[in-house]
Design a protein around this ligand. Structure first.
Ligand SMILES: [Zn+2]
Length: 368
């Protein structure tokens, strides 16, 4: 069975304006440049999917804009109304925290991004494809019910999951977020929901610095269905694979999902300007293999990845195509020999502090 793939040209038109990375440029010391969340890494990922020849082996899935009904399963009417109002301002607006800018009619593109995640998950659940990658923009995993934040406007993964559950009562979904930042928005949306297990594996206290701790485990009926694995800065391939093997695999086995969703950020890569981790393209490929094997065992291979962060314009495409190559089983090697030398750097080895962080998450959730 095939691998589905979502990309739409409008994802590259989401306008985050000029910026000196994270801060507005000014006339003193911050020369205006691009916002970190610029189209660059995503458009170049989409370009490499074509140029590598991989596109011919993928099933293209067409996104439709998420409707109000889709969005309101996860967000408050006030959040949607504010996005609607600001989206019609010719100067654009901000999704809530002052660092999530969007341009005129930006909500149209955010609806299409959520719609890309929907298209990918629906295709997987319908059996149209075995697995799928939704290369969408803007990202979604920081968007909380009542606000956007961290470059995110709408919770793309959450909206897709909630819609899938609306037409398939009893559907259980496991989320495994490997973006370098905490998947706080997805966690908040499903905080009291035992039908969605949210796991986030992220750099400890990066963003948001005040969430993503071990003791955030869900509330009410959802208690025990949120799981955080904060990892020390510097963690590389071995540390990530150790966390998958020790915590993620047993937690998802125990949960018994009908599908697995991965909010997929490549900002844990060794070249990322916003993360301080050391994962390489081959590390992401190996993580994909682990998650595919887990999906085969737990839920007939049903696996959907939806794109989140990743801010290296040159390395994100390589990580992304490596993951897609693994997903569809068509060998495409886009890793330059120079990049391969990073697979053997000392920071790839598992350290005692990483081992302790993983053991703490394992203990907290009573995983054997
Ligand atoms: Zn991120």
């Amino acid at each position: 069975m095939a691998t589905g793939y979502v990309w739409h040209e409008l994802y590259g038109w989401h306008d985050t304006g000029t910026n000196a990375g994270l801060l507005p440029g000014d006339s003193s010391t911050l020369q205006p440049y691009l916002h970190f969340e610029s189209p660059e890494s995503k458009q170049r990922f989409a370009s490499l999917v074509e140029v590598s020849g991989l596109a011919a082996h993928l099933v293209r899935l067409e996104p439709q804009p998420a409707t109000d009904e889709d969005i309101l399963r996860c967000h408050t009417p006030e959040h949607l109304a504010r996005l609607e109002t600001e989206s019609l301002d010719p100067r654009g607006g901000d999704a809530g925290d002052g660092s999530s800018p969007f341009g005129y009619r930006g909500l149209d593109i955010a609806r299409l991004a959520a719609g890309g995640s929907i298209a990918a998950l629906e295709a997987v659940l319908d059996g149209h494809v075995r697995n799928a990658y939704a290369l969408v923009r803007p990202p979604g995993h920081h968007a909380r019910p009542e606000t956007g934040m961290g470059f995110c406007m709408l919770g793309n993964a959450a909206i897709a999951i909630a819609k899938a559950q609306a037409s398939r009562p009893g559907l259980r979904v496991a989320v495994m977020d490997w973006d370098v930042h905490h998947g706080n928005g997805t966690q908040a949306i499903f905080w009291e929901d035992p039908s969605v297990l949210t796991i986030s594996m992220h750099q400890d206290q990066l963003f948001p610095a005040e969430t993503g701790f071990l003791d955030e485990c869900g509330g009410g009926r959802g208690e025990g269905y949120a799981l955080n694995i904060p990892l020390p800065a510097g963690t590389g391939n071995e540390g990530y694979l150790h966390a998958l093997a020790e915590v993620v695999v047993p937690a998802i086995r125990r949960f018994g999902p009908d599908a697995i969703v991965i909010p997929s950020g490549f900002d844990a890569s060794c070249f990322d300007p916003l993360g301080r981790m050391s994962v390489t393209a081959d590390g992401y490929r190996a993580m994909t293999r682990v998650m595919m094997e887990l999906a085969d065992e737990a839920c007939q291979g049903r696996l959907m990845l939806t794109h989140e962060g990743g801010y290296s314009p040159t390395y994100v495409p390589i990580c992304g195509v490596s993951v897609l190559s693994e997903l569809c089983g068509v060998e495409v090697d886009v890793v330059h020999p120079l990049y391969r030398t990073f697979d053997d750097k000392p920071e790839q080895a598992l350290t005692s502090s990483q081992r302790s962080a993983v053991a703490a998450a394992k203990d907290r959730h009573g995983l054997a």
